[in-house]
Design a protein around this ligand. Structure first.
Ligand code: ARG
Length: 468
C-alpha cells in the first residue's frame, strides 16, 4: 500500500516512479530511520495516541526490521517502496498489522528525513574525527622518529631556508587540527533535533519534543518548524569542512610526490602505497598520492552541488532536497577512504637522512643568516640584503657555496665580516636562531610536539555523540 495514494485516481508514470524513488540511495539511513521511529512511537504513546500494548508491538516490529536490515544485505535490495521511510512503515504494517498505521500520526517525512540525516551525520562526524586523529598520530610518530633531521623548506617551489623535518610535519598537523575544529563546529549545528516540526507547521499532538531530544541524544531542539524541514546547512557545513580537508590532503600529496621524486629523493614511499608501470619495469609510481590529490575534485564538486541545490529553494520542504544524500554519502565515503590511505602513506614512508643533507647543500639556503649576521654587527637589514645578494651572485659565477668564499674576500666587501661568519652560515645555526614561538628552533619544535600530542588525547563532543 502506498503511503499517500488516497486522492489519486491514476498510478504513476513508470519513468517518473523510478525518477521519484530514492530507496537505492537513502537505504543507508535505515538504522537512523528506525531509531527515530522508535523514539517517536514512545512520544505518541505518551501523547495517548498509542496504547501501551500498541507501543510494545510497534517497538518489537521496528526492532525486527532493524535486526533484519543488519543481518540481511538483500533485505532492501528488491524493495519497490519509494524511500526508506515508506519501506520501514510498509514492513511494520506487514509485521504488526493495523497498529503500524498509527506511527505516522503528526509526523511527516519532512521532519523524519531531517532527523534521520542529522542522526547519521552525527555518527559520520565521529568517524571522520577518528580518521583525522589517525593521520595526525602518524604525522607525530614520524616527527618523533626524526627529532634533529633538517630538510629544505620551500617558497615558490624553490629551496628557501632549512627547517626541522618535525616542524614541517607539524605544519600538516596544524591544518588537520583546524579541520577537526571545523567538523566539531559542524557537529554542534547538526546536534539539533527537528522531529515535531511535522510537514512544516509543527505537530498537532501532544508529543513531547524534549523527550524526543533526550531519547535521540540531541543537545537542542530546532526552534522553528519551517526552518527545521528545509534546513540543510549542516550538510553544507560537513561537505565544506570535508572539501577543505581534501584540499589539505591534496596539498600534502603534492608535497610528498615532489619530495619522493628522484630529483629530491629524501622521502621514499613504501611499496605498499605505490604501483608499477605495465610497460616500464623500473617505475614505482605514487598512485596513492595522486588519487588523494584527484579525489578533492569529487568533494569540492559535492559542495557546489549542495550549494546550487539550495540556492533558489523557497521555504519550506521541496523535493529537490532529496538530491542532498548522494553528496553527503559520497563525501563521507571519500573522506574516510582518503584519510585511511593518507595514514598508510605517512606511516610507511622512509626519510633518507643522507639525501636530506645533500639537498641542503649548495643552494645558498643560509643567505638570510649571513644578512642577519651583518645586522647583528650593526648594518641596516636592507643594506645587508643587497650586499649578500651581490655575494651570492659572485659565488654563483664561481660555482661555489657561501662558505667556500675566502674570508679575505668577505672582508674586502665589508669590514664587519670576521671568522665567525662561517658559523652563521651553518644549517644548525640557522635552525637554532629561529627560536620565536612558532619557529623551527629545536626547543620550540619540542614544545610544539608535546602540545600536539596532548591535543590528540582530548576527546571531542562528536566522539561522545553529543555536544552537551
Ligand atoms: N525521500 C525524501 C527526501 O529524501 C523524503 C521526504 C519526502 N517528503 C515529501 N514531502 N515528499 O527528501
Amino acid at each position: 500500500m502506498s503511503i499517500w495514494g488516497g486522492r489519486f485516481t491514476q498510478g504513476m508514470d513508470e519513468a517518473f516512479e523510478r525518477f521519484n524513488a530514492s530507496l537505492s540511495m537513502d537505504r543507508r539511513l535505515i538504522q537512523e530511520d528506525i531509531e527515530g521511529s522508535m523514539a517517536y512511537a514512545e512520544a505518541l504513546a505518551q501523547a495517548g495516541i498509542l496504547s501501551p500494548q500498541e507501543l510494545r508491538r510497534t517497538l518489537e516490529g521496528l526492532g525486527e526490521i532493524r535486526d533484519r536490515a543488519q543481518q540481511d544485505p538483500d533485505f532492501l535490495a528488491d524493495a519497490k517502496d519509494e524511500d526508506v521511510h515508506s519501506f520501514v512503515e510498509a514492513r511494520l504494517v506487514e509485521i504488526v498489522g493495523e497498529t503500524g498505521l498509527k506511527l505516522h500520526t503528526g509526523r511527516s517525512r519532512n521532519d523524519q528525513v531531517a532527523v534521520d540525516t542529522r542522526l547519521f551525520l552525527k555518527k559520520a562526524i565521529g568517524q571522520v574525527q577518528q580518521g583525522l586523529k589517525g593521520l595526525m598520530g602518524e604525522l607525530l610518530n614520524q616527527a618523533r622518529s626524526h627529532p634533529d633531521l633538517v630538510v629544505p623548506g620551500y617558497t615558490h617551489l624553490r629551496k628557501a631556508q632549512p627547517v626541522l623535518l618535525a616542524h614541517y610535519l607539524l605544519a600538516w598537523f596544524e591544518m588537520f587540527s583546524r579541520d577537526r575544529d571545523r567538523f566539531e563546529d559542524c557537529f554542534r549545528r547538526t546536534d539539533c533535533m527537528p522531529l515535531g516540526a511535522g510537514a512544516l507547521a509543527g505537530n498537532a499532538f501532544a508529543v513531547d519534543r524534549e523527550v524526543l531530544r533526550r531519547k535521540l541524544n540531541f543537545s537542542r531542539i530546532t526552534p522553528n518548524s519551517l526552518d527545521a524541514v528545509s534546513d540543510r546547512d549542516y550538510l553544507v557545513d560537513f561537505v565544506g569542512a570535508g572539501s577543505l580537508t581534501l584540499v589539505h590532503l591534496s596539498r600534502l600529496a603534492e608535497d610528498l610526490i615532489f619530495f619522493s621524486t628522484p630529483e629530491c629523493g629524501w622521502i621514499e614511499l613504501s611499496d605498499v602505497v605505490t604501483t608499477g608501470s605495465s610497460l616500464m619495469p623500473q617505475k614505482k609510481n605514487p598512485d596513492s598520492l595522486e588519487l588523494l590529490r584527484g579525489k578533492s575534485g569529487r568533494v569540492i564538486g559535492n559542495l557546489t552541488r549542495l550549494l546550487v541545490l539550495l540556492k533558489g529553494l523557497p521555504l519550506t520542504y521541496n523535493k529537490d532536497l532529496q538530491e542532498d544524500k548522494e553528496a553527503l554519502f559520497d563525501t563521507l565515503d571519500t573522506l574516510l577512504d582518503c584519510l585511511q590511505v593518507a595514514q598508510a602513506v605517512v606511516r610507511t614512508l622512509k626519510v633518507d637522512a643522507e639525501a636530506a643533507r645533500k639537498a641542503l647543500e649548495g643552494n645558498f639556503m643560509t643567505a638570510t643568516d649571513l644578512a642577519d649576521y651583518l645586522v647583528r654587527k650593526g648594518m641596516a637589514f636592507r643594506e645587508a640584503h643587497g650586499l649578500v645578494g651581490r655575494i651570492v651572485l659572485e659565488c654563483e659565477g664561481q660555482q661555489i657555496g657561501l662558505s667556500q668564499l675566502p674570508l679575505s674576500r668577505y672582508r674586502q666587501l665589508s669590514s664587519l665580516f670576521a671568522e665567525d661568519l662561517f658559523q652563521a652560515l651553518s644549517v644548525r645555526h640557522s635552525i637554532e636562531a629561529r627560536s620565536v614561538p612558532g619557529g623551527t628552533a629545536p626547543e620550540r619544535v619540542a614544545e610544539a610536539l608535546s602540545h600536539a600530542e596532548q591535543s590528540l588525547t582530548l576527546q571531542n563532543p562528536s566522539e561522545r555523540g553529543t555536544s552537551v
